[in-house]
Design a protein around this ligand. Structure first.
Ligand code: SRM
Length: 556
């Protein structure tokens, strides 16, 4: 490399030196004196689904290390056995909560190093795993969690699993460390993954499937998406979407959220070739000199969608046809009891910020444990941080309802909460996330209270507004697809984004760079008052902002 060429990032160098991804993890894991892993191993651990964190609430007294572990759960489908294992492990080794993520997975928080090996062993023994839940590889593949009125959901789920398997890295280090418990440094420096090569991807890669008209996986926020195209109840193929992503940094124009392009249509039999072709375009063209500019979305934004289509078609050996028409009408989840295509029932349960736990009033975690133990119910995790109990035989409904009621869980369609709460999401932020600049999950209940009161004050009653909050600009709760998005800047200060839509097809826009928490009632109250006075018929808040507030901003 000449001196003028940009330098590869540190991550690229360590991946090339240790393509097995084993690092020194096995040695440190088995050293009882070590309470943390070194900097390189922290990067390798991510590929194993593990983040080293510290409790930010007590940082002033010194770092208290702990780990976040994320499952790989394609399509968010959790068998009863796996559910009960995760539940038990969270009680024994975690902070007694399970966190449903915005990518249909579960996270454990607050695991200390002495429990890490046991927790990982337990997950793997239950035939679940955490491989590639994080790192520069394909992440958890999303699939529609809502059982539908046709068989399509199951078929699309099977396709999502096939893609998840096809894009899984082949390193043996994961198994050797976490299942066999090998304490030694693994020397497999020649490992070359058939798909990823020695240096994997320049950055993370995300995939989602969706069945229109419900956009319940926020498909356009993903690097690669598959929109199921149906004819007479049969799956005839997929529209490929590509180049979506949320991550950005405050005040860095080189970084931005982006909605995916619709690239072209192909038949289901080409799914794996197309998936691998898209992934290898990222592998070969992604920027390995700047991790902030390394996602596939930047390749497509800079090279153009025509170039990308040609590249994918050539690599896959499949001529992508013109995209087939489709329409989204709604994002988010369906709550309450509903009938499935096969006569069974499903129950959509709202989980505030995805945190499955017991509180004084609502003992959701205990209720789910009892339901799954007694009725062997399948649990599905949604991309809006909620839970679906699926494939419930109709004669079990009353018993399940009774357990939930006993534990203080409302099973009506509105779940006893406001529409704003039903459509809300927040990332974990403090005290676990090392990147967080402000509170998110812990502040969400207060924020919802404020917004609900302001809507009420402005005669907007139980208006539906999609509200999402994150503690930093990385976009983990996809705030840039929300009608009302709050993005942490520093403690008690948020950037306010407005104008995403119900269909999940439009990015919001920055409205105010710095809103202090105590200024929120005034700022939001003003917006809601205008919305009430100037909205068109039943226009939604996001559409109103795009129609009225954005042009005003442009004119200013
Ligand atoms: Fe995320 C990093 C949590 C979905 C964009 N994300 C992180 C880390 C691991 C912080 C870190 O790197 O140290 C957070 C751990 C917090 C904690 O304590 O648990 C974290 N992200 C989450 C979760 C748990 C948020 C949630 O509320 O559920 C989600 C886990 C999903 C999963 O199961 O795999 C989660 N993250 C997302 C999404 C949404 C999505 O994928 O649909 C995004 C935006 C989409 C995208 O990728 O563009 C997202 N997370 C990021 C980024 C920005 C990446 C970028 O392009 O710049 C980071 C920072 C990074 O990677 O360096 C990040």
């Amino acid at each position: 490399m000449s001196e003028s060429e940009p330098k590869l990032t540190k991550n690229e160098i360590i991946k090339a030196e240790n393509p097995s991804l084993a690092g020194n993890i096995g040695v440190t894991l088995n050293d009882p004196e070590a309470e943390m892993f070194d900097a390189d191993d922290q990067q390798f651990l991510k590929f194993h689904g593990i983040y080293q964190q510290d409790d930010r609430d007590v940082r002033k007294q010194g770092k208290k290390y702990m780990f976040m572990i994320r499952g790989r759960i394609p399509g968010g489908v959790v068998s009863p056995e796996v559910y009960l294992t995760y539940d038990r492990l969270s009680e024994e080794y975690g902070n007694q909560t399970l966190r449903v993520t915005t990518r249909q997975s579960f996270q454990f928080h607050g695991v200390v190093k002495s429990g890490l090996g046991q927790l990982m062993k337990g997950i793997n023994e239950s035939l679940s795993d955490t491989l590639a839940a994080c790192g520069d590889v394909n992440r958890n593949v999303l699939a529609p969690p809502t059982p539908s009125t046709t068989r399509l959901t199951e078929q699309v789920y099977e396709d999502a699993k096939r893609v998840s398997d096809a894009l899984l890295p082949t390193t043996k280090a994961y198994h050797q460390i976490w299942v066999e418990g090998q304490p030694l440094k693994l020397e497999d420096d020649d490992h070359e993954d058939p798909l990823y090569g020695k240096t994997y991807l320049p950055r993370k890669f995300k995939v989602a499937f969706v069945i229109p008209p419900l956009n319940d996986t926020d498909v356009l926020a993903n690097c690669m998406g598959f929109v199921a195209i149906e004819e007479n109840g049969e799956l005839i193929g997929y529209n490929l979407t590509a180049g979506g992503g949320m991550g950005m940094s405050h005040n860095n124009e080189k970084t931005y959220p982006r909605v995916a392009d619709v690239v072209g249509f192909f038949k289901p039999e080409h799914l794996i070739e197309v998936s691998k072709a898209v992934l290898t375009v990222h592998r070969d063209f992604g920027d390995r000199t700047d991790r902030k500019h390394a996602r596939l979305k930047y390749v497509i934004a800079e090279q153009g969608v025509d170039w990308f289509r040609k590249e994918v078609s050539e690599r896959a050996g499949v001529a992508l046809e013109d995209p087939r028409p489709f329409e989204f009408t709604q994002q988010g989840d369906v709550h309450g009891w509903h009938e499935q295509y096969d006569g069974n029932l499903f129950l959509g349960l709202h989980v505030l910020a995805g945190r499955v736990k017991d509180t004084e009033q609502v003992k959701l975690k205990s209720a789910l444990r009892q339901i799954v133990t007694e009725h062997r119910t399948e649990v599905r995790l949604t991309a809006a941080q909620n839970i679906v109990l699926a494939n419930v035989a109709p004669d079990k409904k009353d018993a399940i309802d009774a357990i939930l009621k006993e534990h203080g869980v409302d099973t009506t369609e509105k779940q006893g909460v406001s529409e704003v709460q039903l459509g809300s999401m927040a990332c974990p932020a403090l005290p676990t996330c090392g990147l967080s600049l402000a509170e998110s999950e812990r502040y969400l209940p207060d924020l919802l209270g404020t917004v609900e009161n302001l809507l009420e004050d402005n005669g907007l009653g139980d208006e539906r507004v999609i509200l999402r909050m994150t503690g930093c600009p990385n976009g983990c709760a996809r705030p840039y697809m929300a009608e009302l998005g709050f993005v942490g800047k520093r403690p008690n200060v948020y950037a306010l984004y407005l104008g995403g839509n119900e269909e999940g097809t439009r990015l919001s826009r920055l409205y105010d760079q710095n809103v202090k928490v105590d200024e929120l009632p005034e700022k939001l109250g003003g917006l809601f008052a205008r919305f009430k006075a100037e909205r068109d018929n039943s226009e939604r808040f996001g559409d109103f902002c795009a129609r009225v507030v954005w042009p005003e901003q442009d004119a200013a």
